[in-house]
Each structure stands twice: as C-alpha cells, then as structure tokens.
Unconditional design. Structure first.
Length: 64
C-alpha cells in the first residue's frame, strides 16, 4: 500500500468539477484524481457528448 501511495496516488491531484447537463437545473459536483485539470475534464467528458454539458468550475484541490 505504501508503494502505491508513493508512486501513483501522490503523483495525481484531486480535482473538483462543477457542471450542469443541458436541460437540467441542478448543478452537479464531480471529483476526480488527475495529473492536471485537462485530464479531469477528459474524465468528465468520457462517454458523453461535450455539447450537452456546461462546466462552471474546475478546481485543483490542495493536498494535505
């Protein structure tokens, strides 16, 4: 487990993405582990039509 944390988990950062699907009124929040915000957006859009989602914010969360 320690090896996993040192090699993989610590190399990724936690990201928070706030978004809304077309036709929906409620804002959604998703959390991803990614190397950067672009990778987090790729994970959000995976399997979805990009034109149906509106992204309001992408935040790189501080690590403890």
């Amino acid at each position: 487990m320690l090896v996993y944390v040192q090699r993989f988990r610590d190399s990724d950062s936690a990201c928070t993405v706030q978004w809304r699907a077309r036709g929906e009124r409620e804002l959604q929040t998703s959390y991803f582990r990614a190397h950067n915000v672009y990778e987090a957006l790729d994970k959000l859009f995976s399997g979805r039509d990009q034109s149906t989602l509106t992204v309001f914010s992408v935040v790189l969360n501080p690590s403890s």
